[in-house]
Ligand binder design. Structure first.
Ligand SMILES: [Zn+2]
Length: 250
């Protein structure tokens, strides 16, 4: 079987669809396998009338996560069971050990997680950022990891007063932007899997077709000092040779 090349690690079912659905679909279309991990089952989230208890909500959101993972074409996906909303109290060494076990199984050369602000500043996002960053800095090479990227959103050119207060980054600090325009319908379908989170996904799903254009990443760490060129559009450049690329080098 082809190896898993990319593993994205987030906190809640739906983070993966907001963050990397287009990129996973982009690589899946090129025969590259990706894996997804969420560290909670989302039991503390909104239920949109689809669950009565936190346990029921966790079960529904686990199904929604599986739906999204299949929709975007993830080759593997895992949900852990850390307490939703309690990131500041998680046992970080336990989480690190669980993640290390999954990375040891897949040995992905590229890992993606939240940046230090976690896009929404949610404590669970920040906990995942901190545990994954520490794990890769300490054990990345022995786990086969070559690069760690942070998934980020870019600040709009003009701040909208009523827009959501996301922790965005200046566009010039982005290292890699994956062009997801051909996969916008896939990203929308993955987001739509999260029916319990409809109040949040509406922010993107209500935008006109053609508005979900790119997913952005900052390089956080590389095993060998690798850095992307300006304007890079591929998380796997220099790790994978694409059909047609060979002709350029010969
Ligand atoms: Zn989240």
């Amino acid at each position: 079987m082809e190896p898993v090349m990319i593993c994205a690690i987030f906190s809640h079912p739906d983070d993966e669809s907001f963050g990397v659905a287009g990129s996973v679909a982009f690589y899946q279309a090129r025969g590259v396998r990706s894996a997804l991990i969420c560290t909670t089952r989302g039991a503390a989230g909104m239920c949109n009338g689809l669950a009565e208890t936190p346990a029921e909500l966790a079960a529904v959101r686990s199904e929604e996560f599986a739906c999204a993972a299949r929709t975007m074409g993830a080759a593997a996906y895992e949900l852990l069971d850390f307490a939703d909303g309690a990131g500041q109290n998680w046992d970080c060494s336990d989480l690190g050990a669980r993640l290390e076990g999954l990375l040891a199984r897949w040995r992905p050369p590229v890992v993606i997680t939240f940046d230090k602000d976690g896009v929404t500043r949610h404590p669970d996002h920040i906990a995942v950022h901190s545990v994954v960053s520490g794990l890769i800095a300490a054990h990345g090479p022995e786990l086969g990891v070559r690069r760690l990227f942070y998934q980020v959103v870019t600040c709009p050119e003009e701040a909208s007063p009523e827009g959501p207060s996301l922790a965005c980054v200046p566009p010039e600090t982005v290292d890699v932007s994956v062009d997801i325009r051909p996969f916008e319908p896939v990203k929308r379908a993955a987001l739509a899997c999260h029916r319990t989170q409809a109040a949040d996904t509406a922010h993107l799903l209500d935008q006109p077709a053609g508005s979900l254009r790119a997913e952005h990443y900052q390089l956080a760490w590389s095993a060998d000092g690798w850095r992307p060129c300006a304007g890079a559009a591929d998380l796997l450049v220099d790790l994978v040779s694409w059909p047609g690329e060979r002709a350029v080098h010969e």
